[in-house]
Design a binder for this molecule. Structure first.
Ligand code: GDP
Length: 465
């Protein structure tokens, strides 16, 4: 990616809108745009004399022809998003005007930007580190309150600040150990080994917590997967419909009609829940059903929450206990939900024995058909996720690239500790430390990151960002 030319792109969404913003960034941004600018009030005024962070009302001119009346915002290097000179032209939102202005800019020698090129320049010019640049992409893509919060936090540098801090402490130790080499004759230890060992332990626990937050972070980012499981005719499709409040899943009286899995997302308190209605768990006769059942187990493994649903009128305690026992072993948040309690006039159904035996399970009685206790079910779902979230560190890792770097650093730290236990000399230890530092640096981009990786990260952006 080139950095020394001037680029332009539409920054607002494609298509017609009230206004459109065209962004120009690069060393010639101001002088080039000045060529097509004419002040509305003072024909001799030039953008070249404009101060940073000022807005100017004027015309976009194509020779003698007025293309549009627009606002020209000036941001001067380094005080702009990209760290370069930036002009933003806010025009009227017609598609014709947008295209005409971009054409004009091309004509005076400003190139169209590649996807993510503005943010790449911001990274390159030290305006933000890689995790922050990635958060910008997440922010644009965020579709729920929860994923938005994580992206904002990351963009403000929470995650990378922690990493930077730890890296600095490691660098100090590596430097001290390398210094010992210069005095190898004298057998001195500048780097206090037990202090260093403490730092490693501390690092290990912080990195591990960050790595562990990935599973939860991803769940929040992509929606919490919830699997609804239970025997055929338990009312799984009806429950899904009740949750979605519309007839989406197929409801029928013939056992085993929900052959495939259906997935729908609902938002509760700003968190997305992906509900998966699955084929019933039972011995399957025909092979199509079999596939459905295999999928059920796959979905259970991928789910964060399992709702075990059964017909309260025909299911015995020992059957319920067996299912809960089996599902509980999978280490998920488990709901035990008795359905169809309308048949028995909403009489309480779940026995005290079951509640006693499965204390960690959320027990609820509902009627999917009458929508009885559906709100309570939703409230419990969000409550459980918030409980899980409150056990997490403030910082949540949502990016698999970060996870990989964290895991690499962790195993490298394991190696350093092993080396220290074996009494390895400082020069060998220092090498291992340097390697760990490289992995840590990959996260924030402080160490040269492979061009391919940069290409992938910034290629995912839309043009104009
Ligand atoms: P699935 O096989 O588990 O998906 O079950 P369905 O949702 O297809 O429901 C099977 C049958 O049970 C249908 O006739 C539903 O109308 C009925 N049903 C589902 N929920 C309730 C409920 O809460 N009360 C009553 N009385 N019937 C229900």
């Amino acid at each position: 990616m080139l950095n020394n030319d001037t680029i332009c792109a539409l920054a607002t969404a494609n298509g017609m809108g009230a206004i459109a913003v065209i962004r120009i960034s690069g060393p010639e941004a101001i002088s080039k745009v000045a060529q097509i600018y004419q002040s509305k009030f003072n024909a001799t005024k030039s953008l070249n004399e404009a101060s940073s962070h000022t807005i100017h009302l004027g015309y976009v001119m194509d020779g003698d022809t007025i293309v549009d009346e627009a606002l020209f915002s000036i941001f001067k290097n380094p005080h702009s998003y990209t760290g370069e000179d930036v002009v933003e032209i806010s025009t009227h939102g017609s598609i014709y005007i947008q295209q005409k202005v971009l054409e004009l800019l091309n004509k005076i020698g400003i190139r169209n930007a590649n996807p993510g090129e503005y943010t790449f320049r911001a990274f390159w010019n030290g305006k933000m580190d890689l995790t922050q640049a990635e958060a910008v992409a997440d922010l644009i893509a965020s579709d729920s309150k929860a994923s938005h919060e994580i992206a904002i936090k990351q963009m403000r540098g929470g995650f990378s600040n922690q990493i930077k801090d730890l890296r600095e402490q490691m660098i100090n130790f590596a430097a001290l150990m390398e210094l010992e080499l210069d005095f190898s004759e004298e057998d001195v230890e500048f780097a206090d080994r037990s202090q260093f060992y403490n730092l490693l332990n501390q690092l290990q626990s912080i990195l591990k917590r960050l790595a562990d937050s990935f599973a939860f972070g991803n769940v929040i980012k992509n929606g919490v997967p919830v699997a609804i499981v239970g025997a055929p005719n338990a009312g799984k499709s009806t429950l899904l419909n009740a949750l979605l409040n519309e007839e989406r899943a197929i409801v029928s009286d013939i056992e085993g009609t929900t052959r495939d899995t259906i997935e729908e997302t609902i938002y509760i308190d700003g968190v997305g829940f992906r509900f998966i209605d699955t084929a019933g768990i039972r011995e399957a006769g025909d092979s199509i059903e079999r596939i459905g059942i295999e999928k059920t187990f796959e979905k259970i493994d991928n789910a964060t929450i399992i709702i075990y649903l059964y017909d309260a009128n025909i299911t015995a305690d020992n059957q319920i206990a067996n299912q809960l026992d089996d599902l509980q072993r999978r280490g998920k948040i488990l709901f035990n939900v008795a359905n169809k309690i309308d048949v028995n006039n909403n009489e309480s159904s779940i026995s005290d024995a079951i509640k006693q035996e499965f204390k960690d399970v959320v027990h609820l009685e509902i009627s999917a058909k009458d929508h009885y206790n559906i709100e309570a079910l939703k409230e419990n779902l969000i409550h459980q996720i918030k409980l899980k979230g409150s056990n997490q560190d403030d910082t949540i890792v949502t990016n698999s690239r970060h996870l990989e770097a964290l895991q690499n650093t962790l195993s490298q730290i394991g190696k350093i500790k092993q080396g220290m236990d074996m009494g390895l000399p400082g020069d060998l230890l220092a090498m291992d430390i340097r390697e760990a530092l490289t992995y840590l640096g990959h996260i924030t981009g402080e160490i040269d990151v492979d061009q391919d990786i940069l290409g992938t990260i910034f290629g995912k952006f839309c043009i104009g960002k």
